[in-house]
Ligand binder design. Sequence first.
Ligand code: CAO
Length: 482
Amino acid sequence: AQNQPFHHSRPSGWLACCCSYHNGQNKARLGQVALPLQWRTFMTSADLFDIVQYKLSDIGEGIREVIIVEWYVKPGDKVNQFDSVCEVKSDKASVTITSRYDGFVRKLYHEVDAVALVGQPLLDIEIEESAESEKQEDVREIDGGSVSKDEEDKKSLATPAVRRLAIENKISLSDVIGTGKDGRVLKEDVIRYLESKQVAQFEKSSASKDVPSSQSTSIPQTPLGKSIPTSAAKVEFPAQPVSSPAQVGEDRTVPLKGVNKAMFKIMSEALKIPPFGYYDEVDVSQLVDMRKRLKVIAQQRGIQLTYMPIFIKAVSLSLLQYPILNSSLDAASEHITYKASHNIGVAMDTPEGLLVPSIKNVQSLSIFEIAAELNRLQSLGLAGKLGTAELSGTTFSLSNIGAIGGTYARPIIMPPNVAIGAIGKIQILPRFAAQGAIKEAHIMNISWSADHRVIDGATMARFSNLWKQYLEEPTTFLLNLK
Ligand code: CAO
């Protein structure tokens, strides 16, 4: 997998879908066959031009061919790892293909709007690793007996670009677990390492401020063994950026790419929908109390139980009563499809931007199972590994903007879905109790948007009322859970 480029995929109809696919490729050496690493050590620089041929790999969902939408590079251009090289589109997904190497583009195999077949080459890149750097790296590999951190660093296998990234971020390569061939440290290994450091740092500062010193400050683990970000405290403790922002001295015009480009296209499409907005407040005091107890039990089973799984299950139970809100609209043919599965999308703030993975078949999942899946999706999102399977097929969405802050939002409906909800922050506020006494209540705001071409306001309001009832009196779940 080390020699394979990444694709970033955005299934059509969904805002920000970004996944790592792996392309098949041939690695051709000019005038010779590829040789084992140790042999290369003794070659002259003239022997060391690697031309990497990218092929369009199977990108799933039965896609056999794509159309080249746009090239971001041309022959002669220099590309770095993770730079976008082109965008391709099938009837099901848009995919941005990114470079796996630092190097120079040597050949593009297709014009824009041409059809590229799965398994056929897309472009050639001459990889940049110079004879000297490869030679040095390989000599380092076979050298031994080093003890200092610097020397250990030098022994780690990595491209010059990866070394540069490590230096810029003041980390030691020897601390990073390389997942490439022969333990080579890849750029994503460094990024993953930096992210885990960020989360650990954040957890530490959060714990030292919020948690009595006798309590554990360990980072909660997901089923994947990844740390879970606790974003509710993000406002107070912003994580350190991976690198300092560039000093901007002049205007810069750049093309929209990747997630931003997807957002541009899909939001433009979403503008065609006349939204009906419906807003309400929910007293979640009982739920807060209940979640506190369930959280401990879930934690013992290795799962982080936030409010989201409960909100999501309540959505699904309410959709059973109002199935039109879980439908898919084909505006062109004026048909509506009532979707059998409740695939609830969760707007997720990830290092790559906004992504909307969905939890599939929520109608048949317990709250605990939803929590486990949400933990998994969050870990994947954090690691930049959400794929088409996670990012497609959404039928209804929730956006927990309250995890960041704020009370109301106007969520944008993603066609072909017909509704979406945005959840505000739970706040402790004064409210009237029975007999007019003032009580302390946990209040949360909900903002729904529905496609008014097919959903009328009364349906949206009734759905919202039912959802609210589940959350205000969480014991009512018991009656309808199967
Ligand atoms: N009110 C109060 N507390 C909240 C909260 C809210 N609305 N939302 C989350 N919290 C709490 C959680 O319960 C958790 O606390 P505990 O540690 O006590 O369990 C903590 O904040 C961290 O939660 P989380 O954010 O990690 O997890 P989540 O399941 O609540 O939310 C996710 C997951 C993915 C929805 C969230 O992390 C996220 O990315 N939200 C941003 C969504 C977004 O960007 N929307 C805009 C879309 S349009 O551009």
